[in-house]
Write a protein that binds this ligand. Structure first.
Ligand SMILES: Cc1cc2nc3c(=O)[nH]c(=O)nc-3n(C[C@H](O)[C@H](O)[C@H](O)COP(=O)(O)OP(=O)(O)OC[C@H]3O[C@@H](n4cnc5c(N)ncnc54)[C@H](O)[C@@H]3O)c2cc1C
Length: 559
């Protein structure tokens, strides 16, 4: 096979909208149906499911974002170009409209044939995948897509939905009521009350008042392709780095793989502004970028990913194992990979819950950083996540205070972060210090802390506190099934103490011992931060996710 003409694909624009060569068109044609399209014909519109890929032979097609006020042109595709963007990889609904502007012939490739094409023709598959990902990025940057959020940058619910879409790499348009008075008066005229904000318009049709994340995910059809009647080879619970790595390897090795994620893909890593110690990224990579590439990779191999759905119970007394979703749906799994990670411990401080999302945060992403532009902020915690957040927030905030209980950072934070903090005049490190008070009306307004050595209390007008203290495992749903350590982390492999079996270990039914990463039940594995004794790092989580798939194959052979 001759290499592609590199010259025609040198810059980002040509990689986003590449022109296929005659040979590539012919190869794609083997997977396609040739058809004619007429002027004005709509090939697909926002919200359409199972949209085929169209490669243009002689027709011209415009791609537009449909809006209440009229269409916004995204691009015009000419002959030898093709339609589609990242949603196509995971069989998601279309986010834009495609309309024929000049009649002619097109090659129509169904989603099933597209998967066959990508599997058999890696060079063409790579051109398509790269263009799809770049197009999704372009839609996000230009705020084009099938969702409009009308809300306030200061509203907790608006932040919640925007964060979900960002973490899900879903393009959306944000209308900020703080600066758009016309939209505010429009909402007033339609009687939209304060607690019904944000208003979300989805696929041009559904208008939702302050929807839940699940309602938004359902409207966008993010979970449409999940078939709960199937018996899955492996169900992976959690789509952080560990779960996504397991999904990539499981799906690429032909296992029927389903990932269930209670929020959005990326896990803790998704809330990291810059991961600098992950192999292969010398200038660092944002957790968001890492997660969206991993999702595309897993979906490319055929893994299914359901978001905003939590597993609330494992039924382990029968095989196949049963996993109960938060709406009562039951999923059947021959094997399970537990990758549910950890969540931050909440300080037991008065009014803490009241300010969650309106002054108290657990992650420092682009959205939170915009909120504290030019203001003073407090970060509580002395680990790497606190250090990263401090360095990141100091780019926009006026001053960043780090409150640490111990007398130095040396035992808890990487040296490169300690050095950056020391060299940054906008960051003030307060050791031997504890958060003691939060106050305000609807939003956090005042923060107090105490120096434990001198007992001196400081109080400041600060509107943003980032809590990055210790974490606990997400294992409530496993109670009564697999052996946990005293802190609730999942015991695996050699850490399972069969000499002094607890109830769980006593149920091990096989003559062989549990494999590395295998829990006290055969065919159920634990990977990443949720596993007792794990190293709390992205690389180790990814490594364990990958290793677990080899072990899943062995466990499947036992059944
Ligand atoms: C801000 C921050 C910065 C960090 N920076 C670095 C760094 O620079 N380098 C580094 O190596 N490490 C870093 N870490 C640590 C690293 O992110 C974690 O070690 C890694 O994310 C662990 O991956 P995981 O997949 O095991 O778990 P997690 O990332 O915790 O993911 C678990 C996922 O499971 C989901 N889940 C939980 N319960 C359920 C349920 N019942 N049903 C369905 N889904 C569920 C969660 O929503 C979550 O998405 C950082 C962590 C944070 C918070």
């Amino acid at each position: 096979m001759s290499p592609p003409p590199i010259v025609s694909r040198l810059d980002a624009e040509t990689e986003t909208y590449p022109l296929l060569t005659e040979t590539e068109m012919n190869r794609a044609g083997q997977f396609a149906r040739l058809r004619s399209v007429g002027s004005g014909e709509v090939l697909y519109r926002p919200g359409d499911l199972a949209v085929p890929l169209f490669i243009l032979k002689s027709a011209t097609v415009e791609i537009v974002q449909t809006e209440l006020g009229g269409d916004r042109l995204v691009t015009v595709l000419r002959p030898r170009m093709f339609t589609g963007e990242a949603g196509m990889i995971g069989s998601q609904r279309a986010v834009v409209l495609a309309r024929v502007t000049h009649p002619g012939d097109v090659l129509e490739i169904s989603q099933e044939s597209l998967r066959a094409l990508a599997a058999r023709d890696s060079q063409l598959g790579e051109i398509l995948l790269r263009a799809f990902l770049l197009r999704r990025l372009m839609l996000i940057v230009k705020q084009l897509g099938n969702v409009i959020i009308i809300g306030s940058r200061h509203s907790t619910d608006t932040v919640r939905l925007r964060e979900f879409l960002v973490r899900h790499s879903h393009p959306y348009t944000f209308v900020d009521l703080e600066i758009d008075s016309i939209s505010q008066s429009l909402l007033d005229r339609f009687g939209v009350t304060l607690d019904e904000i944000p208003v979300v318009i989805c696929n041009d049709t559904a208008v939702m008042r302050n929807p839940t994340v699940l309602e938004l995910a359902n409207c966008l059809g993010l979970n449409d392709n999940i078939d709960d009647s199937l018996l899955w080879d492996v169900v992976i619970v959690g789509a952080g780095p560990a779960g996504l790595a397991a999904a990539v390897y499981a799906a690429s090795e032909g296992l029927g793989s389903l990932v269930i994620e209670s929020h959005a893909p990326g896990g803790q890593a998704g809330s990291s502004s810059r991961i600098e110690n992950y192999l292969g990224f010398p200038t660092g990579i944002s957790g968001q970028e890492l997660a969206s590439s991993a999702v595309a990779q897993a979906q490319k191999f055929g893994a299914k990913i359901a978001v905003a759905r939590a597993i609330v119970q494992l039924r382990c007394n029968r095989r196949p194992y049963e996993l109960v979703l938060d709406d009562g749906t039951v999923l059947y799994a021959r094997t399970i990979v537990i990758a549910t990670g950890v969540r931050y411990n909440k300080p037991s401080i008065h009014l803490h819950d009241q300010f969650e999302g309106s002054g108290v945060f657990y992650g420092a992403t682009q959205i939170e950083s915009q909120l504290c532009e030019g203001e003073e902020v407090v970060i509580v915690g002395g680990g790497n996540s606190a250090g990263q957040a401090a360095v990141f927030l100091s780019e926009g905030a006026r001053r960043v205070y780090i409150l640490v209980r111990s007398s130095s950072l040396s035992g808890s934070m990487s040296r490169y972060l300690i050095q950056r903090i020391a060299a940054n005049p906008a960051i003030e490190l307060l050791c031997d210090t504890e958060l003691v008070g939060l106050a305000g009306q609807d939003h956090l307004e005042h923060v107090s802390w105490v120096n434990k050595r001198t007992q001196a209390i400081s109080s400041k007008s600060i509107r943003h506190v980032f809590i990055m203290t210790g974490a606990s495992p997400n294992t409530e749903w496993l109670q009564g099934c697999v052996a946990l350590d005293e802190k609730g982390f999942v015991l695996t492999g050699y850490d399972l103490d069969f000499a002094r079996p607890d109830d769980q270990c006593a149920r091990w039914p096989l003559t062989r011992r549990p494999q590395l990463l295998e829990t006290s039940l055969p065919g159920i594995f634990a990977v990443g931060d949720v596993r007792a004794g794990s190293v709390k790092r992205v690389a180790s989580a990814v490594g364990e996710g990958a290793i677990s798939v080899g072990l899943v194959h062995k466990a499947l052979a036992d059944i």
